[in-house]
Structure formats: C-alpha cells, structure tokens
Design a protein around this ligand. Structure first.
Ligand SMILES: *Cc1c(COP(=O)(O)O)cnc(C)c1O
Length: 441
C-alpha cells in the first residue's frame, strides 16, 4: 500500500454523513476552486476513493490467490484516477483500444488488465495481446477470429457467459436472453473443450448480468450460478478454470433513502458458496475477481455548476451552466442524482425542473425536485457523478466537455483534465474560414 495519508476519522465521519448526501467540501472551498476553475467541473475526492478501495479489498481478503477488482475504465477514464486505483491494488477492465492506451500510459500491463469487449475489431485484440492483457471472449466465433488476429491463441483465455433465461437481469441491463453479450451454456462448454485442444493453458469464466444493483443477494446468486457452471465445465470438458470474474454492477445509493451495498455481507455470502460448491469439487484454489466501476468512484465525484436562470412558465425551471453533455444519466435513463445548493442549506425550498441548455427537452438533471431555492450565481452541486459521468459526455450543440478536479484534502486540489476549448471542438475540421475565426478568439 502506498503511504498516502488517509485521515480515517474524517473519512468515517464523512461516510456516515454521506447517507444524508452531505458534501465533503465547505462552500468556501468550492468557491475557492470555482474562482480558478470555471464551472461546470467534476470534482473527485481522493481520500474517499482510496478508503473505499481498501474497504472493498479487506472485505474479500479470504479469496485464495488474492481478490482483485478490475476497475471498469469506462466509468472514469482519467489516468490520474487509474494511478490512484493501481496504487490501491486494482487492475483495469478495458473494452476498447482507447482504454487500453490509458492503461499502457499508466504502466498497468499484463494480467492487471482484463479485456472484456464485444463486437471487437482485430486491431483491438492485437493491442490487448501486445499489452499481455487477459482476453475475455464474448462469442464462440471469436475463437477463430482471435486466433487469426493474433496468429495463435494466447495462453490465458476467458469466456463471458450469458445465462439467458436461467437468470433474471435488472432494469438497467435488461433480461440476459435479450442482451447481446456472452456465450450460451452449450457454447461455453464446447468453447473450453476446443481452446484446450488448441493449446490454451489457463482459463477464466466471466459474466456480467447486473448494473447498479443494490441487493447483495443478487451477487451471491450470480456467484452460485458461476461456481456451479465451473464445476460443470470441469466434469464435462475436463477444464479447470483458474479464475472466476463475477463482473461489475454493484450499485450505489443515488437516492438519500437508499443504502449502500454491505460489502462484508456480500463477500461472506460469496465465500459460503465458494466453500459449499467449489471446494468439494477440487476447485478450492480458484481466484474470485470482479470488475466494478460505479461503486469504486461513483459516490466520490460531484458535478459543480452555477444557477444561471430561473424561468416561470407552466412549471418552474432552474437553468444551470451545466447540461446533459456533462452528465447524461438523468436525461438518458431518468436516473436520480441528488442536488445540493451549499449556500442555502436549511433555507426555503422550491420545486424545480433543473435544466441545462441543450435544445432537447430531456436535458433535465431533475424533474419536480424540491431543492433549497438558490439565488442566481449560487453553486449548485450534483452528486454521485464519479462514474459514468464525465465519461459519457458528448459535444452535441457544440457543448464543450468540462474539466475534472482532484480534491486531495483541505486546500489541496489539482486539475486532472482541463476543459475543452473551441479549438479542441473544431480540431478535426480543416476549414480556412473556421481557422481564422478560431485564431480571432
Ligand atoms: C460497464 C461494465 C462494467 C462496470 O459496470 P459498473 O456498473 O460500473 O460496475 C464491468 N464489466 C463490463 C463488461 C461492463 O461492460
């Protein structure tokens, strides 16, 4: 473990307060940062990310060979964050070449990467193989495709299982039999048999059937399903898997009334299944790993914006200087994100639709939400944007992607991504008129 100082008391106090969606920054701190970094920006809390990572690892300390969470890079693809998670012992779960390049840049290599992609181009497999990543195949037909792309199969290979009607999905991820991912049960048994014949030496088994799931039992059931499948694979194809990847999808309490997943309970349920199913089958040294993104960084990021306009028509609107291009989840799937107005805590409240400026009526951070009534210019903070927040951003309507700030303790913070400029936005357009406009900015 690195010697980065984490003030446990402060962190514990905060984790307690987090249930009430209290901010871990003072208003003065945020205004101080906003005086130097124009809003909107995402801010991430380093000590809380580290403490949560340690808690997660401690909960799974029983795993033979060592538990590992491969952080789903797509949740927060910033190399400064990846470095923190690497220091905390995490690997990385990549699904694209860009994500592999971020790992390469931060010295995360070899079996510290699992490459879980689908509909994969050959050059992305080649990049994954060049870095020595564990390749996780999404389809039976990719055995030959990979063999051809690499000129031979790698020594280690993993397959993604789709249980189809055997497992209920949840709202975000949908029903497994309607999901595009993974191999069927019959295919996966055959796949292990074939790749073993073709020289593969180490085998992994993976599934990902949940997203933002708060019920720990769901993950225990998933583990039972995969453990039983591993036993079946051993008896029917003679292949002993050396690791089982339970996927990601551990949820976070976006709503104040929700409770965080009890990691210790989750882990002990999985441990009991491990002892009951894998050990008697002679699979007692199988490593258990996961690939969570959301629960690793999600609760430790905030989108900081300012109240720009109030509008009184058939409804009351509060317009921010941030928009859906900075945080897509509410507009995309009606996701709840808590909203604070730190200057007006305890003050009079009002019900608003909280909007951005896109020419899209679903550009709303909240609908009919009671919040402390801000004065124009007040900071308005949107919670739980540390995963699938900035990374889902886009440039529709010519909106520029925001900066990202890493908060490192009182008075200590740094910009870990600058905001986009119009030069960035138009960088791929080679047009003389545009060049002179940009030069005049
Ligand atoms: C997105 C994704 C994850 C991470 O999901 P979270 O909800 O962020 O935990 C893990 N594995 C795969 C294959 C994914 O596509």
């Amino acid at each position: 473990m690195p010697s980065v100082h984490v003030d446990r008391q402060r962190v514990d106090d905060y984790l307690q307060a987090m249930a009430n969606k209290t901010l871990p920054f003072t208003l003065e701190e945020l205004e101080g940062i906003a005086a130097q970094v124009p809003t909107p920006f995402h801010i991430y809390h380093e000590a809380l990310i580290r403490e949560n990572a340690r808690r997660f690892a401690r909960a799974f300390a029983w795993v033979p060979g060592g538990f590992k969470n491969y952080f789903a890079v797509k949740a927060l693809p910033n190399p400064y964050i990846l470095e923190i998670l690497k220091e905390e012992g995490m690997g990385m779960d990549c699904s694209s070449k860009a994500e592999l390049l971020l790992c390469q840049a931060t010295g995360i290599l070899g079996q510290e990467i699992i490459f879980t992609s689908n509909d994969t181009p050959a050059q992305e497999y080649q990049k994954a193989a060049e870095l020595g990543a564990i390749i996780n195949l999404d389809d039976f037909s990719h055995i030959d495709y990979l063999d051809k792309a690499l000129g031979g199969l790698p020594e280690t290979l993993c397959f993604r299982y789709n249980p189809g009607p055997l497992k209920q999905g949840n709202v975000i991820i949908g029903k497994p039999e309607e999901a595009k991912y993974g191999l069927t049960q019959n295919q996966i048994l055959e796949a292990y048999r074939i790749v073993k014949q073709r020289g593969v030496k180490n085998f992994g088994l993976h599934t990902m059937v949940a997203s933002n799931e708060l019920n720990p039992e769901y993950f225990v059931e998933t583990a039972v399903m995969l453990f039983e499948l591993a036993v079946d694979i051993k008896s029917r194809s003679g292949v002993e898997v050396s690791f089982i990847n339970l996927g990601g999808g551990i949820g976070i309490p976006y709503r104040p009334e929700q409770e965080a997943v009890d990691l210790e309970r989750l882990s002990s349920g999985i441990e009991a299944a491990y002892r009951r199913i894998l050990e008697p089958a002679g699979l007692g040294s199988v490593r258990v790993v996961m690939e969570n993104g959301r629960m690793v960084t999600g609760p430790y990021g905030w989108l900081v914006s300012r109240a720009l306009h109030k509008k009184d028509i058939y409804k009351q609107y509060l317009g921010l200087d941030a928009c859906m291009a900075n945080l897509m989840r509410p507009g995309m799937y009606g996701a709840y994100h808590h909203i604070s107005v730190p200057a007006r805590v305890g003050g009079p409240t009002k019900v608003y639709d909280v909007t951005g400026s896109l020419c899209e009526n679903n550009d709303k951070f909240a609908i009919d939400r009671e919040i402390p009534d801000p004065v124009l210019g007040d900071l308005v903070v949107i919670h739980d944007t540390g995963a699938h927040g900035h990374s889902m951003g886009f440039n529709y309507n010519g909106k520029l992607r925001s900066s990202e700030v890493l908060y490192q303790g009182p008075g200590k913070w740094r910009v870990i991504r600058r905001a986009e400029s119009y030069h960035d936005l138009f960088a791929t357009l080679d047009h003389p008129g545009l060049s002179s406009v940009l030069n005049s900015l």
